[in-house]
Design a protein around this ligand. Structure first.
Ligand SMILES: [Zn+2]
Length: 279
C-alpha cells in the first residue's frame, strides 16, 4: 500500500516506511545533559531540517530557509546561552512544519498547511497514519527528552526555571512589527517580570504577552512541562533581525545571560493552582 500526497514533486511513500532513516539526525539534541544548574532551556523551532523521506515538502529553496519553517536565529542563540551558562538545553532537530512541537497534536496548526502567504503542499490532506508517524518519531521523543531532563534535575533536588526560546519575523502578513522582544507567560508572573523589566532597561521594545500570548492554550511546551511540574517558567520571543547574524546572537545572549543568572538564583517552585491566569 502506498500513501500518496497528491502534489507535484512530492515523494510517494510506503506506509511501512519510517519517517526518519537510521542515518538521519535524532529528533532532538541535549546540550550539557549532566549540568546541575537550575535552568532548563528548550527550543521547539530550532531547525529547518526536513526528514529525507519528505523531500522538499513542495517548498522552494527560499521558503525552506524562511521563518515559516523555523525560528531564525533561535537555535544558535540557545546553543550560545547553554554554552556560556553551562545549563542544559533541549532543541528539536526537525522543522516545525513536520510537526509543531509547541502545539497540542489535536490542534490543526500542529501540521501547518499555510502560513504567512506560503502554501505547504506536503501538509495538505495529511492522513492520520502520517500524523502519527511524525508524532511518534519527532514530537514525543522531543517532549520525552524534555521531561527526562526535568526528572533528572528534580531527582537532584533542583527545580529548574523552564525557559522556552522562540524568534518572530519582523514582518508578518505584510505588516512590520515594532516590538523587538516578547515575554510570554501565563501562570508565573514573577519570572516574566524579571525579563520584562530588565529587557526594557536594556533599551528594547518589549511586549508583555506580545507578539504572541503565553496564555493557555498557546505555548503548549510550557503548559505541558513547566506548569504540571510546578516549575517557574517564561517564553522569550526575539525579533529575527536581532539574531540572524553572529554579532546579534552574541549581544542578545549576553543580555539574556544576565537575566537568566538572576532568575536562577531565585530557585523557587510555583503553586500553579494558586496562580490566577490573567486573561
Ligand atoms: Zn517558535
Amino acid at each position: 500500500m502506498i500513501s500518496v500526497v497528491p502534489s507535484k514533486g512530492l515523494k510517494i511513500k510506503k506506509l511501512d516506511e519510517t519517517l526518519l532513516a537510521p542515518d538521519e539526525p535524532a529528533p532532538f539534541i541535549i546540550l550539557n545533559p549532566d549540568a546541575v544548574v537550575p535552568i532548563l532551556l528548550v527550543c521547539d523551532h530550532a531547525s529547518h531540517r526536513f526528514p529525507r523521506s519528505l523531500g522538499t515538502m513542495g517548498l522552494d529553496f527560499l521558503n525552506r530557509h524562511s521563518h515559516v519553517v523555523h525560528d531564525i536565529g533561535a537555535g544558535a542563540l540557545v546553543e550560545m546561552l547553554a554554552n556560556n551558562l553551562g545549563v542544559t538545553a533541549v532543541l528539536c532537530q526537525y522543522s516545525r512544519l513536520i510537526v509543531d512541537c509547541n502545539r497540542e497534536l489535536a490542534d490543526h496548526n500542529a501540521f501547518l498547511e499555510y502560513n504567512d502567504g506560503v502554501d505547504i503542499p506536503a501538509n495538505h490532506n495529511l492522513r492520520n497514519n502520517e500524523k502519527e508517524k511524525r508524532a511518534s518519531e519527532i514530537y514525543w521523543p522531543y517532549h520525552n527528552a524534555i521531561e527526562g531532563q526535568i526528572s533528572r534535575l528534580k531527582d537532584q533536588g533542583i527545580n529548574p526555571v523552564f525557559i522556552s526560546i522562540h524568534s518572530f519575523s519582523p514582518v508578518i502578513n505584510g505588516e512590520a512589527r515594532e516590538l523587538e522582544m516578547g515575554v510570554l507567560w501565563d501562570k508565573d508572573p514573577t519570572t516574566a517580570k524579571f525579563f520584562l523589566s530588565d529587557l526594557g532597561e536594556a533599551g528594547y521594545f518589549v511586549g508583555d504577552n506580545k507578539p504572541y500570548s503565553g496564555k493557555d492554550p498557546e505555548d503548549f511546551t510550557i503548559d505541558h512541562h513547566a506548569e504540571p511540574n510546578g516549575l517557574p517558567h517564561v517564553g522569550i520571543e526575539i525579533r529575527q533581525n536581532l539574531i540572524h547574524h553572529g554579532d546579534g546572537i552574541k549581544r542578545i545572549s549576553g543580555i539574556l545571560q544576565k537575566i537568566i543568572n538572576l532568575v536562577a538564583r531565585q530557585n523557587r517552585s510555583i503553586d500553579i493552582e494558586s496562580q490566577k491566569s490573567f486573561k
